[in-house]
Design a protein around this ligand. Structure first.
Ligand code: GLU
Length: 484
């Protein structure tokens, strides 16, 4: 199964398909992917579908879709853990044969009763190994009689430790680890056995996952040793918390990667945002493209402390990427939204393509989302616009004065011989000067007249983009709306 090259690290993302692809899962996938791409390694995908009752094909599809959207491509075919049942069982048998594990006939009811007793005596319950002391003939007899049993791993004495890439040295005294079950009585493997068996078979050299798995790692290390396999390097990534410091959950808003995809977020922005959840490239660098993240990725930048998921920051990051990506990449993302908002038809956009691309270039600077671009684009396409009440309250406070300034602005603009930023600026600034008012006094009411909004690109570029006829018509309409 493995075609690992010893000089190349092999990593994997091993989600359980029991729900959508969560941002925490996507972050873990990304870090594994970055490590593999940075160090010329391989990144594999394993679907841990051993829990048949909770795993669904729909979740598996959501995982593929999310990873594809983010561009986290995996090497080789997908590994389905459930398909490796025979190997998991063979590994359990091997441990039984070498004496590293033993059969346990204690029933769940008996164990429950002992656990209850221990708790009432305020003792921590730990399996007392009674089945490890059964005489061999008795074990054979009970097996022959068809009595159900589980297979337990016999935890040796000593301490289990490893050098974590994130936490450095972590040590667990073995006395705190009970003889854990590796194979259930129905011969299905327990998570720790399935993971180790698969990671060995897949030739995984670096296991990077959430630090909620730290307590599994000593058990897994013991299994590697007992199976005679070399240990991988472990890296445990910090948990992700909401702004309130609590573990990220649906209470904090959307946590499914698919939701962000459907909101129209840029995958590059999502990746960049996820990359900062537990890693820092150093300095105050934050905005990065994928090639830059690969370039800058290093184990030293991995952090121990919980990462904070701040949706405002994600939106800000999206704005940064909206301004950064090639316009040819932005256009196909915005166009369907422009069409569905009925601002223009596809044909109209094709016909005015150069003008349209200039418009997107102008609007993206002040936008954080595709919706922001569409909202700002409306005045360039529609005959009639709506006036944002806040913009009106702020910038047309005194209707008589605003109308008067708009009339004067219209005249100055109409008399401008060349409809270019320079001459338009000279006309409007000249007007402000001749009136002895600040330029803002002229620009703000005009901005509302042209767009209905109080935020827009620079007024001169906007006038040029809108064109002479539409700009003048807008002012006429504003005068009507002001009604003075
Ligand atoms: N299926 C496990 C999970 O989703 C994988 C843990 C691991 O990476 O070993 O948490």
């Amino acid at each position: 199964m493995t075609n690992a090259r010893p000089d190349r690290p092999r990593l994997r993302f091993a989600p359980s398909p029991t729900g959508y692809l969560h941002v925490g899962g996507a972050r873990t996938a990304l870090f594994n992917w970055l490590y593999a791409r940075k160090f010329d390694g391989e990144f594999l995908l394993r679907i841990e579908d051993t829990d048949k009752a909770r795993s669904t094909d729909e979740s598996t599809r959501a995982i593929f879709e999310g990873m594809e959207w983010l561009g986290l491509n995996w090497d080789d075919g997908v590994v389905y853990q459930g398909a490796n049942l025979a190997r998991h069982q063979a590994d359990a048998r091997k441990l039984l044969e070498t004496g590293a594990a033993y059969r346990c006939f204690c029933t769940p009811a008996e164990l429950e009763e002992r656990r209850r007793q221990a708790q009432s005596g305020k003792e921590a319950f730990k399996y007392d190994r009674r089945c490890d002391r059964l005489p061999r003939e008795e074990v054979e007899g009970r097996v022959a009689a068809g009595e159900p049993y589980v297979i337990r791993f016999r935890v040796p004495e000593g301490t289990t430790e490893w050098n974590d890439l994130v936490h450095q040295r972590i040590a667990f005294p073995n006395k705190d680890i009970e003889d854990f079950v590796i194979l259930r009585s129905d011969a299905t493997p327990i998570y720790n056995l399935a993971v180790v068996s698969d990671d060995i078979a897949m030739g995984i050299t670096v296991v990077m996952r959430g630090d909620d798995h730290i307590s599994n790692t000593p058990k897994q290390i013991l299994l590697y040793r007992a199976l005679g396999a070399p240990l991988p390097t472990f890296a445990h990534l910090p948990m992700i918390h909401g702004l309130d410091g609590k573990k990220l959950s649906k209470r904090h808003g959307a946590t499914a990667v698919g939701d962000y995809q459907h909101y129209g977020l840029l995958p590059g922005a999502m990746l960049n945002f996820l990359a900062l959840l537990g890693w820092s490239p150093g300095g105050d660098r934050e905005v990065m493209t994928m090639p830059e993240m690969i370039e800058l990725f290093s184990v030293d930048g991995l952090q121990k402390k919980a990462a904070i998921f701040d949706p405002k920051k994600l939106e800000w990051m999206n704005g940064q990427h909206l301004s950064m990506i090639p316009i040819e990449e932005l256009e196909p993302r915005v166009t369907p939204a422009i069409i569905s908002a009925r601002l223009a038809t596809e044909e109209e956009l094709v016909e005015r393509r150069d003008w349209y691309l200039r418009l997107l270039d102008l609007l993206r600077i002040r936008s954080r989302t595709i919706d922001d671009i569409v909202r700002q684009a409306a005045p360039y396409f529609l005959d009639n616009i709506e006036y944002d009440p806040t913009a009106v309250a702020k910038n047309w406070k005194d209707p008589v004065e605003s109308a008067e300034l708009l009339r004067a602005s219209r005249e100055a603009l109409a008399n401008t011989t060349s409809w270019e930023p320079g001459p338009l600026e000279a006309s409007l600034r000249g007007l402000a000067e001749s009136r002895g008012v600040s330029a803002g006094k002229i620009f703000q009411p005009l901005r509302v007249a042209l767009t209905g909004l109080s935020v827009s690109p620079g007024i001169f570029e906007m006038l040029v983009q809108m064109g002479r006829d539409l700009s003048l018509k807008r002012i006429d309409n504003a005068l009507i709306a002001l009604g003075v």
